[in-house]
Ligand binder design. Structure first.
Ligand code: 13P
Length: 256
């Protein structure tokens, strides 16, 4: 089974939630619950929480991620944070191209690509998000759209760098709506994404890349989603803010 070639990764995306003190508290709650996890566990926190989160996760296998990074190393970019800054803060992973950034903050496939390359240059692991809106799904362009998002985001990324890329399929219509894609729908698009990676890098690389599903994944539906052949993990929003729910998803990934 190709699934055994891949590392299962469960990542929490806290979005704009939790102060530093709340971040430390939540990670302390998560710690014992995921201590024996065999999948990788990542918690992506707001920039301001990075220090407290890294401290709370010290000595554990929990990895700390950010939710974006700029493409330049430094410079006149008010309000932005660079990849070297993230690395210095103890970050190992960074989410890039989340649909909320594309929709609310003007991210394009081009800027996503620049950010991906900057993060990889700095030695970070990238969680690259792709996914369609409900309108695009209705129009029947989901497969072409996600393949194009993947292709542009990975432009200039070498085969060696690809080993530090996780792709998260997040249908926009399923994010924060409680409306999950069915396991079959989610798996079908994850397979399309794997096919897009195969077209760019060959089947060996495609068989090794971790592809997550994200969008209203929770303690109840995680097991079915994670048992699909092309779904190797999850990117979890709302349910990652409650330690028992997040831990239940980690347990489901260990079984998936
Ligand atoms: P929800 O799990 O809250 O739907 O969010 C998913 C998501 O956007 C993770 O990045």
């Amino acid at each position: 089974m190709n699934k055994q070639l891949r590392k299962a990764v469960i990542a929490g995306n806290w979005k704009m939630n939790n102060t530093p003190a709340e971040a430390a508290h939540l990670i302390e709650e998560i710690r014992p619950l995921v201590a024996n996890a065999s999948c990788d566990v990542v918690v992506c926190v707001p920039f301001i929480d990075l220090h407290a989160a890294a401290k709370a996760a010290q000595g554990t296998t929990i990895r700390i991620g950010a939710q974006n990074c700029h493409w330049a190393q430094n410079g006149a970019f008010t309000g932005e944070i660079s990849a070297p800054m993230l690395r210095a803060a103890g970050v190992t992973h960074v989410i890039i191209g989340h649909s909320e950034r594309r929709t609310y903050f003007g991210e394009t496939n081009g800027t996503v690509n620049r950010r991906v390359r900057a993060a990889l240059d700095e030695g970070l692991n990238v969680i690259l998000c792709v996914g369609e809106s409900s309108e695009q799904r209705r129009q029947g362009v989901t497969d072409e759209l996600v393949a194009m998002q993947v292709k542009i985001a990975l432009d200039g990324v070498t085969e060696a760098e690809l080993q530090r890329v996780i792709i998260a399929y997040e249908p926009i219509w399923a994010i924060g709506t409680g409306k999950t894609a069915t396991a079959q729908q989610a798996n079908a698009v994850c397979a399309v994404i794997r096919g897009a990676v195969a077209a760019l890098y060959g089947t060996d690389c495609a068989n090794k890349i971790t592809i997550q599903y994200g969008g209203s994944m929770n303690a109840q539906n995680a097991a079915e989603l994670l048992s699909q052949p092309d779904i190797d993990g999850g990117l979890i929003g709302g349910a990652s803010l409650k330690a028992p729910d997040f831990a239940a998803i980690v347990t489901a990934a260990d079984k998936g």
